[in-house]
Design a protein around this ligand. Structure first.
Ligand code: PMP
Length: 518
């Protein structure tokens, strides 16, 4: 039975329900997206997915950020077809081919200057997590040290080493450092001060002979934490991490698996701060929707022996062709700049939405990597007590404005008066600190989006962040349609009087008479 051959008007509830039922009875309990998105995609183009039920969805998950050009972009299909039609082998281990050569040329043309001039590339097994493992192995061999510096809230993958470097997983060889953020700033101050304190903490750990830090082979950082809840690293902080690591001969590894290929408004997200890492980990969009993962690194680190990082599937010719076409299209059409501009406008509109709802704690993002954090508004007593405690603890500092924090130019960075709600970012932590995370509300918004034909992702430390990762090719009109549906979904969940099982009904709108955006 070939569902894809059904004419578009035919939909068979029995068929797609059967597929879903068989999936849930046969696939492992570890399945993820399939649980919250019970869709059976049969056709897709650009932003749109069509399900076997005949419904059409706007896809802002984009293969977890891997579809820079959306589904089935003509240049990607053409690149794949031309390899198929040429009779070239599809699988060649790590042998040299014209397709691989062209991919490598195209990739190197986009890299930061030093890496482009004399970097090395290692083709890895085709998942981001294997490239992360390769990066760790590389720096351990090159430095002779085995510790790793990684950040709270990070996500680097599911294999053992990558998982150990991710937030939430214990890793005996990993020292976890604070990643700066505004809304849930670990130091309670946010903004530039929070970023400065985070950097200071890192510096003191590295220099304190009694800190117990295992001599580090490298520091791994996401320039914008994705799974961690869409947290752009402040530029100044990232530059400081570069300085601290360079001064101590610690290789800096930028995990650009999710942020690469224009996603954040620069071709590579490290470009926002101007730093050059020693190693870059690349996957997702570089394969143009097919599996591909590489690391590129400074030549001086290339202390590997033949076979030190091997793997059968390192020669996927279709992925290299699709990836080269994608990289070229993004570069030639200035899609990084387009992501910056459109992402900024989308954030503006989301900020206006956030201003209407107490249940949105913060809106943030970089380019077309956008997050909306849902919180549980509290009664006055709770927040007053917390305000008092925080004022004492922080010497009244409160959250501060963040004029140049943004690692990523800050459509999502907030600026505004110290304390209190800050326009443009949602409620903001204000003087009373962040509100409790609301994973239930975020999950409800995701489901309400789905009901309205919009696919969004969840993420964040507490799974309370609704994430948008639309393709870089999304048009202005499509972006408006996405935001219309999202606003409608937020209204359904957060409007006073709305009743979502498991969520307390919101009692007070942000301002008396605040209108539902629907
Ligand atoms: N690093 C980052 C920053 C990621 O976002 C991901 C995947 N979400 C990975 C690594 C792991 O990639 P993969 O799922 O392909 O193993």
């Amino acid at each position: 039975m070939a569902l894809t051959q059904l004419p578009p008007t035919v939909s068979s509830a029995a068929v797609y329900e059967g597929i879903l039922r068989r999936q849930s009875s046969r696939e492992s309990a570890a399945r993820t997206y399939a649980r919250s998105l019970p869709i059976v995609p049969v056709r897709a183009r650009g932003l749109t997915i069509e399900g076997a039920d005949g419904r059409r969805y706007l896809d802002c998950l984009s293969g977890a950020g891997s579809l820079a050009l959306g589904h089935n972009h003509p240049v990607v299909l053409e690149a794949i077809r031309s390899v198929l039609d040429s009779g070239a082998p599809l699988h060649v281990l790590d042998l040299a081919t014209p397709v691989k050569d062209a991919f490598t040329d195209e990739l190197f043309a986009t890299l930061p200057r030093g890496l482009a001039a004399s970097g090395r590339i290692q083709f890895c097994s085709p998942a981001g997590t294997d490239a992360v493992e390769a990066a760790f192995k590389l720096v351990r061999i090159a430095t002779g040290r085995d510790g790793l510096l990684a950040f709270t809230g990070a996500y680097h993958g599911m294999t053992e080493g990558a998982l150990a470097a991710s937030g939430g997983a214990p890793g005996a060889r990993v020292t976890r450092l604070p990643f700066p953020q505004d809304y849930r700033c670990p130091f309670g101050v946010g903004g530039e001060n929070g970023a400065r304190l985070a950097a200071r903490w890192t510096e003191s750990l590295l220099d304190d002979p009694k800190s117990g830090v295992r001599p580090p082979a490298g520091m791994i950082v996401e320039p914008v934490q994705g799974e961690g809840g869409v947290l752009p690293a402040p530029s100044g902080w990232l530059r400081r991490m570069r300085e601290l690591t360079a001064e101590r001969s610690i290789p800096l590894i930028a995990d650009e698996v999710q942020t690469g290929v224009g996603r954040t408004g620069a071709f590579w997200a490290v470009g926002h701060s101007g730093i050059e890492p020693d190693v870059m980990v690349l996957s997702k969009a570089i394969g143009g929707s097919l599996p591909l993962a590489v690391i590129v690194y400074r030549e001086a680190l290339d202390a590997w022996q033949p076979g030190d990082h091997a793997g059968t599937f390192r020669g996927n010719q279709l992925a290299m062709a699709a990836g080269a076409a994608t990289l070229r299209y993004v570069r030639e059409n200035g899609l990084a700049g387009r992501a910056a501009a459109l992402g900024g406008r989308m954030l503006d509109r989301l900020r206006r939405l956030a201003a209407e709802y107490d249940c949105i704690g913060e809106v943030r993002g970089a380019g077309l990597m956008i997050g909306i954090e849902f919180v549980e508004p509290e009664d006055g007593a709770g927040s007053a007590a917390r305000a008092e405690w925080l004022a004492a603890a922080g010497d009244g500092a409160g959250p501060t404005a963040r004029p140049e924090s943004g690692g990523v130019p800050a459509p999502g960075a907030r600026g505004g008066p110290a304390g209190g709600a800050r326009p443009g970012t949602g409620r903001g932590p204000g003087a009373d600190g962040p509100l409790p995370a609301s994973p239930a509300r975020a999950a409800a918004v995701q489901q309400e989006c789905l009901r309205r034909g919009l696919i969004v992702e969840l993420g964040g430390r507490h799974s309370c962040v609704v994430r948008l990762l639309p393709p870089l090719t999304i048009t202005d009109e499509q972006a408006e349609a996405v935001l219309d549906r999202l606003a409608d979904a937020v209204a359904a969940v957060c409007r006073p009087g709305s009743r979502i099982p498991g969520i307390p009904a919101p009692s007070t709108p942000k301002e008396a008479g605040a209108a539902s955006p629907a």
